[in-house]
Design a protein around this ligand. Structure first.
Ligand code: MG
Length: 367
């Protein structure tokens, strides 16, 4: 099989809640998502999606996804999309870095591999565990009272894991964590995700200020070394996210005992091929994972579902259903949250059918 055409579409994804706010005053009202379509000489067509969390979260931005497809695409025409490891190396040989650009292309190739073999992607990623898996709900940064007020509604939707967006003023963040913790019920889990937002002295004050709260601390500071310093001064369970985007990072984190859980975002690693490598390594190392992406619509949500559903449940800390946060659907057949849980499709490939009227005309076509 050979790749004959690569196209990229832009789909805007507004939020049900109007905006999504996190550390440092960062906020997004409408996410700029890129859907990648790969056509082949055998008529099998695959789709992927990559959606940065705005241009100021990780080194990734919407127009960069499309520019990257224009840059990388000519090097991939004629390549076999079924040979995902080989294609991953081809992409790295043609374009250094820019993992997020490669993610949508790699995801589309896994969709093709599934369709060509008649298998859902989760089976190709290693096998389906159980009937479904657990999701978390991110709570956008607001006042402590407003964030606490969100918990009951999210629990009514079935969520039992709540990820607070903190990383602001440390005194307010301490109040946020306490206010939400008071709303928890037995079995709930609370995560305080600072998204790199605290300096070390601020993080130290927060972990002291919530010493008696059962809360996970996620990515308190900007650098790995800063996070490691906080880690060594607290006994809260500890999650690393933004500083972990390679197997090297995982091995260093393991050697330093720098985290209890890691957050593996598909586009941060460069696609399902790389995310699977990282996931499998974490299983071998005994490290639990949050499996998700930076953001996305139905296609990203389907890819997350396949990655999460093919992960041994004891290692899957939680995952995300981004398509329930946004008002626009970009594909039919995507998994939907049911009572706080989700399942990967049993259809071949990712199991999604893009809504071409929503995608519109491609902004990039390489053929
Ligand atoms: Mg995070």
């Amino acid at each position: 099989m050979k790749i004959t055409r690569i196209s990229a579409y832009r789909v805007d994804l507004p939020l049900h809640e109007g905006s999504y706010k996190w550390s440092g005053g960062k906020s997004v009202d409408v996410f700029d998502s890129t859907v990648v379509q790969i056509d082949t000489d055998e008529g099998v067509v695959g789709f992927g999606e990559v959606c940065p969390l705005g241009p100021f979260y990780l080194p990734a931005y919407g127009n960069g996804c499309r520019a990257g497809v224009r840059e990388l695409g000519p090097h991939l025409l004629g390549e076999d999309p079924l040979q995902t490891n080989r294609l991953d190396r081809r992409m790295d040989a043609a374009l250094k870095g820019h993992a997020y650009v490669k993610s949508g292309i790699d995801m589309a190739c896994w969709d093709i591999l599934g369709k060509a073999t008649g298998q859902p992607v989760c089976v190709l990623l290693g096998g389906r565990y159980g009937d479904d898996f657990l999701l978390y709900r991110a709570i956008s940064q607001e006042s402590p009272e407003a964030m606490a007020g969100r918990v009951a509604g999210y629990r009514a939707e079935g969520y039992r894991r709540f990820q607070l967006k903190v990383g602001g003023d440390p005194d307010v963040d301490i109040d946020r964590i306490h206010a939400v913790a008071e709303k928890l019920q037995p079995g709930d889990r609370l995560i305080a995700d600072a998204n790199t937002g605290w300096l070390m002295h601020e993080a130290m004050r927060v972990v002291r200020g919530v010493r008696d709260v059962d809360v996970y601390i996620e990515q308190p500071c900007l650098s790995y070394d800063e996070c490691l310093s906080i880690r060594r001064h607290t006994d809260h369970p500890f999650i690393l996210d933004e500083v972990i985007d390679s197997v090297d990072d995982l091995l260093r984190g393991r050697a330093d005992k720098a985290m209890d859980v890691v957050n593996i975002k598909i586009s941060k690693f460069g696609g399902l091929t790389r995310a699977k490598q990282a996931r499998d390594l974490c299983v071998e190392l005994g490290i639990a994972m949050t499996l998700e992406d930076s953001w996305g619509g139905d296609i990203v949500t389907a890819a997350i579902a396949h990655l999460a559903h093919s992960t041994p449940p004891e290692f899957l800390f939680t995952a995300t259903d981004f398509n329930s946060y946004v008002t626009v659907s970009n594909a039919a057949g995507a998994p939907r949250r049911v009572n706080g849980r989700m399942a990967a499709s049993a259809a071949p490939g990712l199991g999604v059918t893009p809504l071409m009227e929503v995608l519109g005309k491609p902004l990039v076509v390489v053929e």
